[in-house]
Design a protein around this ligand. Structure first.
Ligand SMILES: [Zn+2]
Ligand SMILES: [Zn+2]
Length: 655
């Protein structure tokens, strides 16, 4: 061992798997990634040091817990897209000197940059900018961070790189030290973090140009906003755009209209979906499924009104703290001159708490599980509304479970089990779970004591372990009243949806003064679990429509069988088949039109009806049907009673 090695101070870095490795003090994220593996080094975009995302190029000076961040994570994507916006700015500056730059953030899917220029940017320009971006990527420029006093930065953007927007941003902030990022000849004001080198950019598509105002203020200068998205491989870029095409075909608003499932009528109001008869069948089937399961699991159904006194929501804290996401109160004066105020209910919980509070409860009564398909109303911005998936009126498959602390873990397990059953029945095989915990460095944000939080988070984690959930932890994702479990499913085309939550709540029992008498004869607070496996019926069905592209499994299909007579002479028998199916609670449609059988089959296929019974004279005489399966074709001639038995089994299995 040489003397220099002996002199090098070592730091201990803890990897996500818990293993600890020694590195020389000042090692960078790049060094760490390289030491773990070539592939990780290539994929690495940033590094989390004690939970904080940083540049890979920066030295690490102390012992720390670290995690290499790649494009697979949301943080990785954000970093990647944000750096891509800088790359785009550099390309624009090279191609269109004199352009000034406003803000250039990453967004949910990609990035944009607001720019100011005399030149009106066109589609052709976007192609040129893309090309230049790839050229800059090939230059493999190192991206470096420089920290400097704010005044020096202002001076820099006034004299060296003249950009009045950056100066204005700097003049509006109070931090004494700010950071700028350099790549080649290009410099941008930025808090970072950023990619280590421009060569990390492998594929880019600039998608759109729109008008914007500096700082979103219509009294300020108009700017041009260029949107784009980028990926660490051409393959990922292709996949992304293929997914967008597929998503368009599956859009639930389009399929919902074609299949006559639901309606949004401007005369009723935006964001207020109306269920048409066929859509109502899907919803009823889902509700029946959950009601059966809840009955088996000891839930009690209740009904509560659609409005509630504003006092109720002042007690819960939903008013005024969430008033921006609610419809304004209904205010009126009654016949005695007393003023009253009501809210369209934004949630069902306070109503259920009144049911709990309506009589004395003993420890022996718990757990109490109240369930309701409760409709709630929330004010969403009109620009945010999206068919069923983002609505202003929707129905939650809500339940509140009141239990003792010693019952909490088991109750969480039961709720996880029910949620898993819901997802597996609907064919969602890829389910991720996030345990949403509080951010301990920001305790003021949360109600309840430290002790309760520790216990609740331990119980949630223990339940997740026991139920063998593959989970990750989201620090700071908890609600203010307790930790949550959020379920994120991947649909048939790989998109992620957050569906279903389980929340533990220590705050509302306090606020509503809910108690039970313990075995010690003293009063205690119950723990409340809020849970909704579907979440919102509207949103869930919107996701289902897109997931199945309207091809619902038999048990959910609005029409399950199309009965198709080949000739008019068998119409009577065909009508008889429909009646027999109805008597067996199978939903059937008769196509009596004098059309060719080929056309009738095609039409039934378009309507996505799972089974077709084709009937000719032979079938009539033998009391049989020729069975066709949607998308699969001919399944042969079978006796009617046998076919019905087969269908009933398929429906009962909910497969
Ligand atoms: Zn930036
Ligand atoms: Zn609730």
């Amino acid at each position: 061992m040489s003397d220099t090695q002996l002199l090098t101070e070592q730091i201990a870095l803890t990897l996500p798997d818990g293993s600890i490795r020694q590195y020389p003090k000042g090692a960078t994220g790049n060094d760490v990634a390289k030491s773990i593996g070539r592939k990780l080094y290539e994929d690495a975009l940033g590094i989390k040091v004690n939970g904080k995302l940083r540049d890979l190029n920066l030295p690490i000076e102390e012992d720390a817990a670290i995690e290499i961040v790649t494009f697979d994570s949301d943080e990785g994507k954000e970093l990647y897209w944000h750096s891509s916006s800088h790359l785009m700015a550099q390309a624009i500056e090279e191609l269109f000197p004199g352009t000034k730059f406003g803000a250039g953030p990453a967004i949910e899917s990609g990035f944009y940059y607001d720019i100011s220029s005399e030149h009106r940017f066109t589609e052709d320009d976007l192609r040129k900018i893309e090309e230049r971006m790839m050229e800059i990527a090939k230059r493999d420029l190192v991206i470096t961070r420089e920290e400097l006093p704010r005044d020096a930065a202002i001076e820099y953007f006034k004299t060296k790189r003249i950009d009045p927007y950056k100066v204005e941003i700097l003049e509006g902030i109070s931090e004494p030290i700010v950071s700028i990022y350099h790549q080649g000849g290009f410099t941008d004001l930025c808090t970072g973090p950023h990619l280590p080198r421009t060569s990390k950019l492998k594929a880019v598509r600039l998608t759109n140009i729109s008008a914007s105002y500096w700082r979103g203020d219509s009294s300020r200068e108009q700017m041009q906003r260029i949107y784009g998205i980028s990926f660490p491989s051409e393959k990922l870029l292709k996949q992304h755009f293929a997914q967008i095409e597929e998503a368009k075909k599956r859009d639930h608003r389009k399929i919902g209209q074609e299949m006559e499932l639901f309606l949004i009528s401007p005369k009723v109001g935006s964001g207020l979906p109306i269920w048409l008869p066929k859509g109502a069948i899907i919803r009823q089937e889902l509700e029946n499924f959950l009601k059966e399961e809840q009955f088996k699991r000891g839930y009690q159904a209740v009904y509560t009104p659609h409005i509630g006194s504003i006092e109720l929501y002042k007690t819960s804290g939903h008013y005024p703290y969430y008033k921006d996401s609610q419809f304004p109160p209904i205010t009126f004066t009654d016949e005695t001159g007393k003023e009253e105020q009501y809210l369209l209910k934004p949630m069902n919980c306070p109503h259920h708490h009144q049911i709990y509070a309506a009589k004395p409860r003993s420890y022996r009564d718990l757990p109490i599980r109240l369930a309701e398909f409760g409709t709630v109303y929330r004010y969403e911005q009109s620009g945010e509304l999206n068919g069923l998936t983002r609505a202003r009126g929707f129905t939650q498959d809500d339940s509140h479970i009141y239990c003792r602390q010693d019952q909490l873990q088991e109750e969480i397990c039961n709720v996880i089990d029910l949620t898993q059953l819901v997802f597996s029945t609907l064919g969602f095989a890829d389910v991720q779970t996030r345990l949403s915990f509080r951010d301990k460095s920001n305790k003021a944000k949360y109600g309840g004591t430290d002790e309760l939080w520790e216990q609740a988070e331990n119980d949630v984690r223990a339940a997740a372990e026991k139920m063998k959930l593959s989970y990750f932890i989201g620090i700071g994702e908890a609600s203010f009243y307790g930790p949550k479990i959020d379920f994120i499913v991947r649909d048939a085309i790989g998109r992620k949806w957050q569906l279903g939550t389980v929340q533990v709540d220590y705050v509302m029992a306090e606020r509503f003064n809910l108690t039970y008498t313990g075995s010690d004869n003293k009063e205690h607070r119950p723990v409340i679990i809020h849970r909704a496996p579907f979440g919102s019926m509207e949103r869930f069905i919107g996701v289902l429509i897109e997931n199945f592209a309207g091809d619902f499994p038999l048990w959910l299909a609005p029409a399950q069988v199309a009965v198709l007579p080949i000739v008019d002479a068998v119409n009577d028998y065909a009508a008889e088949v429909v009646e027999t199916l109805k008597a067996e609670k199978i939903r059937a449609e008769l196509d009596e039109r004098s059309e060719k059988i080929g056309k009738k089959i095609r039409d039934a296929e378009v309507k996505k009806i799972p089974y077709m019974f084709v009937i000719g004279e032979k079938e009539r005489d033998a009391k049989s049907v020729a069975v066709r399966r949607h998308k699969e074709g001919d399944k042969g001639v079978k006796p009617l009673d046998e076919t019905i038995a087969m269908l009933k089994e398929e429906i009962a299995s909910r497969k």
